[in-house]
Design a protein around this ligand. Structure first.
Ligand code: ADP
Length: 413
């Protein structure tokens, strides 16, 4: 009998279909290796994905190294991304380890990706970027940075100096500059104008958090916005047409280094150390960090390496061999050793880099390092303004294109 009631259809539990291997793989593309900064699929870390008919998913994951500290993070992330799919009943990970060749390939991919995705900075393409780092404070990193900058500028170049040592900025004092930074509008955008310091035919352009805050209050600012200030210096400074940018890094490892690696992946690193083997171990940590953030270490500079007394005798005040040992450990050349000399410290006190005013042993060693950097280690990229471009790759490419189109035209005849 039809009682007028509509019988609802019997409720069928909705059993979602398990996802396809492609769907799982796409989900894995959103899992980023926190250390390498690329997704695990692109990095070649996923050798296999299996999905059983009952929705059990098994993912093979090859870590760059077996004891990878990021293992737990990667596991959590993979489980989160896959288990959201309604058809998944369980997620299992089969762990493995990359071979050295696979590891090298993953590193290369990560590096390439970092470069491709690098956010814009206001630093010209032509500019060579050298970050000067050390494992700990007080080894003379800032003194070396300003002297290298002054030496490069004295040879007619335009050199940017970015004082990223926000915890102990000393660049303003070492260069004798203390004007606060000003902002101007460039192309409709506010930009920070660096302080400019003519040196011979060249120029130093310098920015430092020291131009923004008083040295005595810097500690209060730390962690609040100073790391952000470094990023802003990279993005928003109206730098001129720089030949080199030298960055005085904070000692050790941390946010500023990672930020720099992200914003300027083409940075090369020079590590300053003292001859003491203990300091060298600390500097080694900085070098390790650099490698993890894909900044290549291109050289080691040993500072405070001995003292030549007035009788010409050499005294090893801080031990010996640290610079060469570090250079060997990181596979980069020892660019030079700078002895202890009062003139270097005195020059810093009066804002007059010793390299510009002395023929003493420290200035001589610094000049040799400047020459090696400019001519060999991070050679200058010549400006294309008004020069013959015959050897330039753009010209070569144009020539190849012309030759190819001529060949095409001939074969079409
Ligand atoms: P860091 O940047 O590593 O903290 P600094 O460049 O501020 O180190 O140098 C620390 C102190 O050591 C400064 O007073 C500086 O003048 C002095 N100094 C650095 N290198 C030398 C050297 N080769 N000879 C004499 N004094 C030096």
């Amino acid at each position: 009998m039809d009682d007028g009631l509509i019988t609802p259809p019997a409720h069928e539990p909705t059993v979602a279909e398990p996802p396809s291997v492609d769907v799982v793989t796409d989900a894995l593309r959103t899992v980023i290796d926190p250390e390498l900064g690329s997704d695990v699929v692109t990095l070649g870390m996923i050798p296999s994905v299996e999905v059983a008919p009952d929705g059990a998913v098994t993912v093979g994951v090859k870590l760059t190294i077996g004891g990878c500290p990021m293992r737990a993070e990667i596991k959590r992330s993979i489980e989160d991304r896959i288990s959201v799919h309604p058809g998944v009943t369980s997620v299992k990970i089969d762990w493995g380890e990359m071979t050295p060749e696979e590891r090298t390939a993953a590193m290369t991919t990560a590096r390439w990706n970092a470069r491709e995705r690098a956010p814009e900075t206001a630093i010209g393409e032509r500019c060579r970027i050298v970050a000067v780092a050390s494992g700990k404070g007080g080894v003379g990193k800032s003194s070396v940075t300003v002297n290298l900058a002054a030496g490069l500028a004295a040879s007619g170049l335009t050199v940017g100096v970015l004082d990223a040592d926000i915890w102990g900025f000393s660049v303003p004092r070492l260069l004798g500059v203390d004007q606060p930074l000003e902002a101007t509008e460039v192309d409709g955008r506010p930009r920070i104008t660096p302080n400019r310091l003519p040196i011979g035919d060249g120029m130093i352009e310098v920015v430092s958090t020291g131009f923004l805050v008083e040295e005595s209050t810097a500690l209060m600012w730390r962690g609040l916005m100073l790391t952000k200030a470094v990023e802003q210096f990279l993005r928003d400074v109206a730098w001129g047409d720089l030949d080199y940018l030298l960055i005085d890094m904070p000692p050790g490892t941390g946010d500023v280094q990672m930020g720099l690696a992200r914003l300027l992946p083409r940075t090369s690193l020079v590590v300053v150390t003292t001859p003491a083997l203990a300091a060298q171990r600390v500097a080694q940590r900085a070098a390790d960090m650099a490698r993890r953030s894909f900044l290549p270490v291109v050289g080691v500079i040993e500072n405070m390496s001995g003292f030549v007394c007035e009788h010409g005798e050499h005294h090893e005040v801080f031990g010996s061999g640290g610079g060469q040992a570090l250079a060997d450990a990181v596979g980069a050349p020892l660019l030079g050793s700078i002895p202890i000399e009062a003139a270097l410290a005195d020059g810093g006190d009066i804002g007059q880099p010793v390299i510009l005013s002395s023929d003493g042993p420290a200035a001589t060693a610094l000049r040799a390092i400047v020459n090696r950097l400019r001519d060999e280690v991070v050679p200058m990229v010549p400006s294309t303004d008004g020069i013959d471009m015959a050897g330039c790759s753009a010209r070569l490419l144009a020539a190849v294109e012309t030759a190819l189109s001529e060949a095409d035209a001939q074969s079409a005849d």
